[in-house]
Design a protein around this ligand. Structure first.
Ligand code: ZN
Length: 415
């Protein structure tokens, strides 16, 4: 969907767990609640139902996932002045009937299974970096701040400090944001190993800290795609590779599907991983950082049961994700393609790189840095920048009343 950066005329947030929803409509779409008719329709041929929003000029349809529907007649305008309504437009509340929550795709780390054949591709160019791998074991590594926790709990030096957990040829070891694989013939041909670990040299980060020397992982090398030079991970030894989940795509069997944009891939991969870590380990606050340990953005996972749908400022002319709706009663003279309500996570965030950040932000960042319940997540520096870009684009498109909460900015990441 090429609509990044376009503000939303109509924005809908549905909470499946709370069985409620919020609809925000800009003043230029409708001036008064009496001009808006919100109804639900269900299809006789499928379990999908839709939310229909009729305004003086247009009819908009939002397709809901199976098992989710709007309670008929439940959509009510909130009084002007409540929850930011008023200047930015009309606010409506509605109730949902949720028989089953929308399904979503887990990250590669949740998807990898034993005794199945996988290939791995460079996400940037599609080059095959490992082909036909069948794992006998897929095992999680100790979590990212394992060493810090051991250090806090042990009165003697960390007994695991020098323990190297490396995969055997038929193993896949998974971390928070990466997996470890043993190399094979295809990887030897498709990968470039740079023996000098210098992943930060191409950074365009203007942080005041960027000139300071930073601890760089010793004993590791950068692994790049030989075809397009994209950085994919690190070589822990000549034969053991660490691939970041945001840089590599897995394919099962012979199927190769890499038809989403780079940013959409990053968005869905990172959001899926946030959900998985929060549900498995009750983590909600994350510090996304570069391999050299520099924090890029603080992320607070607020809720994971959200469905969002939006209609951007200009009508989508082609390439919509649904058929045009026939003009029913002749009221509307312009039609939007229907939109799907998609699963998303809602996050609060604070970018760490801004030199002009207010002091309250710097205090929050420094408090998070000291807090052991904040979970570090490492991704390549360029990917960290892409995540910040995604979050800021999401925020800028939201209705103004939704863009910030306390000292944090608010964004939605699709799953
Ligand atoms: Zn490549």
């Amino acid at each position: 969907m090429d609509e990044s950066g376009r503000r939303h005329e109509v924005f809908i947030e549905l909470r499946q767990r709370l069985q409620s929803g919020l609809l925000i409509m800009r003043n230029d779409v409708a001036h008064s609640p009496t001009e808006v008719k919100v109804s639900s329709s269900s299809s006789s041929s499928s379990t999908e139902s839709s939310l229909l929003i009729q305004t003086p000029r247009e009819l908009r349809r939002v397709t809901l996932p199976p098992g989710v529907s709007v309670v008929p007649g439940s959509c009510q305008p909130t009084p002007s002045g409540d929850d930011g309504a008023g200047e930015e437009g009309l606010h409506f509340r509605l109730r949902l009937d949720v028989k089953q929550q929308a399904e979503w795709r887990g990250s590669v780390i949740e998807r990898l299974q034993v005794q199945r054949s996988y290939g791995f591709l460079c996400q940037a160019c599609g080059a095959c970096i490992q082909e036909k791998r069948v794992f006998r074991r897929v095992l999680p590594l100790p979590s990212g701040n394992w060493n810090a926790l051991v250090g806090d709990w042990c009165c003697h030096p960390d007994p695991f400090a020098n323990l190297k957990l490396h995969p055997r040829p038929e193993d896949c070891l998974t971390g928070d944001t990466y997996f470890l694989l043993a190399g094979d013939d295809s990887s030897n041909q498709a990968l470039t190993i740079n023996p000098r670990a210098a992943p930060e040299t191409t950074a365009t980060n203007h942080s005041q800290d960027s000139d300071k020397p930073r601890p760089v992982h010793t004993g590791t090398s950068v692994v790049s795609c030989k075809k397009c030079s994209a950085m994919l991970g690190e070589a822990l030894t000549r034969d053991v590779f660490k691939f970041y989940i945001t840089e590599v795509v897995e394919t099962e069997g012979d199927g190769i599907t890499n038809d989403i944009t780079r940013l959409e891939f990053v968005e869905k991969t990172v959001s899926a991983r946030l959900v998985e870590l929060s549900s498995a380990q009750s983590m909600f606050r994350f510090s996304l950082q570069t391999p050299s340990g520099k924090a890029a953005v603080l992320l607070w996972l607020l809720n994971t049961d959200t469905l969002v749908a939006w209609f951007p400022e200009k009508p989508v002319v082609s390439g919509g994700n649904g058929p045009l709706i026939p003009l029913g009663d002749g009221r509307g003279d312009e039609e939007h393609p229907s939109r799907h309500a998609v699963s998303a996570v809602k996050v609060l965030y604070l970018p760490c790189g801004a030199t002009n950040a207010p002091s309250s932000h710097r205090e929050l960042i420094s408090a998070w840095e000291k807090d052991i319940s904040v979970h570090p997540l490492t991704l390549p520096e360029t990917t960290c920048q892409e995540v910040v870009q995604l979050l800021q684009t999401s925020t800028s498109c939201l209705p103004p009343s939704l863009r910030s909460m306390n000292s944090y900015q608010v964004a939605y990441m699709r799953r």
